[in-house]
Design a protein around this ligand. Structure first.
Ligand SMILES: NC(=O)c1ccc[n+]([C@@H]2O[C@H](COP(=O)([O-])OP(=O)(O)OC[C@H]3O[C@@H](n4cnc5c(N)ncnc54)[C@H](OP(=O)(O)O)[C@@H]3O)[C@@H](O)[C@H]2O)c1
Length: 332
């Protein structure tokens, strides 16, 4: 099993993002299927599981707690606070809240749902720009001192924000979107992580299903499928993007791997501090994704891949304008 370093932990080079066991891409799987996927991942050698208070508004952490608590010593547990579901008269809505008192509460709630005494890697899910990053990270460092979390991470921050946070408490990992079609971290964050000794955890590494065998059909998205609001999946852009897939799949065939494996192997070749966390609802895909760590890509192939799919060949922004204001936009 190939491993990579994240803070003091050695984790499987391809780890598991658990979000879509509870929400995101169409109807989530049944609880029983979620359990099968988590246990298959553990059996196959996945040693880092990534969740968040946000996913399923707590349901994802609850699932992990119920299924994995009895195996707690076998894996690194990563979760996130600072963003979660808040009940409004019209229903539950996602709210970013990085106030120190909120972070303390989010962490207590996560520990309870996860049925554990300590979270190994605790991320600030988004920087709440109404709160200085130093204050949010200061509250998180209190959690480390109290023994409730072991290491700290940040998600979707710029290099500037990362360095400010790191001056308050060592940051073990940054988690941001990174894949062949989303290259923002190449601007500055990948290098900043290298400089401070942090791992870079790549989310949505197979482009939310786009760089896979069964390409999403945008005409039949479930109403709650978050891709329906993402410009790259809007019909005109998507039609243009689909044209990239024929040569992409030909490259995968040349390597002798699946399209999803090629996307993951590319990330692993970019730098040794990168750890992709693909999400899946399928046990077969868990094993397929893990095997990507054994694929070797030559320099020529890497260059052809990068020339084929990059910011200038992909149509559409990754988030709609409204969504983009919710993330740290300094790197866009
Ligand atoms: N920090 C953040 O703000 C943030 C944001 C988004 C995601 N994340 C984390 O990153 C994780 C992964 O990101 P993601 O789920 O958004 O995107 P992703 O991993 O790029 O894509 C997931 C999609 O790809 C499909 N897929 C995965 N492996 C496949 C394979 N081998 N063959 C065919 N299809 C495959 C899945 O379908 P199947 O179910 O059919 O396999 C699913 O629809 C999440 O679970 C979450 O933990 C973090």
């Amino acid at each position: 099993m190939q491993t990579r370093q994240i803070g003091p932990f050695q984790v499987s080079a391809v780890s598991l993002g658990c979000m879509n066991l509870s929400h995101a891409y169409g109807k989530p799987p049944t609880r029983e299927q979620g359990e099968r996927v988590l246990l298959a991942a553990l059996d196959a050698g996945v040693t880092m599981f990534d969740t968040a208070a946000l996913y399923g508004f707590g349901a994802n952490e609850t699932l992990l707690g119920q299924v994995l608590a009895s195996h707690r010593s076998r894996f690194t547990l990563a979760s996130k606070g600072g963003m979660g579901g808040v009940q409004f008269p019209e229903g539950i809505r996602r709210v970013i809240d990085g106030r120190p008192e909120s972070i303390r509460k989010h962490c207590e709630d996560s520990l309870r749902r996860l049925q554990t005494d300590v979270i190994d890697l605790y991320y600030l899910h988004r920087w709440d720009k109404k709160v200085p990053i130093e204050d949010s990270v200061g509250a998180m460092s209190d959690l480390v001192r109290a023994g409730k979390v072991r290491t700290l991470g940040l998600s979707e921050v710029s290099a500037v924000t990362l360095r400010k946070a790191h001056a308050v408490h060592p940051i073990a990992a940054v988690q941001s979107e990174y894949s062949l079609w989303t290259r923002n971290p190449e601007i500055a964050v990948l290098q900043a992580c290298r400089d401070i000794g942090a791992a870079f955890v790549a989310f949505s590494p197979v482009a939310r299903g786009f760089l896979c065998d069964a390409v999403p059909d945008v005409s039949v998205f479930e109403p709650k499928d978050i891709r329906a609001a993402m410009p790259r999946f809007f019909p005109d852009n998507y039609a243009a993007n689909l044209k990239l897939l024929t040569p992409y799949k030909a490259l995968a065939q040349e390597v002798g791997c699946t399209p999803a494996q090629l996307a993951l192997a590319w990330l692993l070749h970019k730098a040794p501090h990168i750890i992709p966390i693909p999400g899946t609802t399928s046990e077969t895909h868990v094993r397929e994704n893990l095997a990507a760590a054994d694929i070797r890509l030559g320099a020529g192939l890497l260059a052809r891949l990068e020339a084929l799919i990059n910011h200038s060949t992909v149509s559409g922004h990754r988030y709609a304008e409204q969504g983009r204001v919710e993330v740290d936009t300094e790197d866009f």
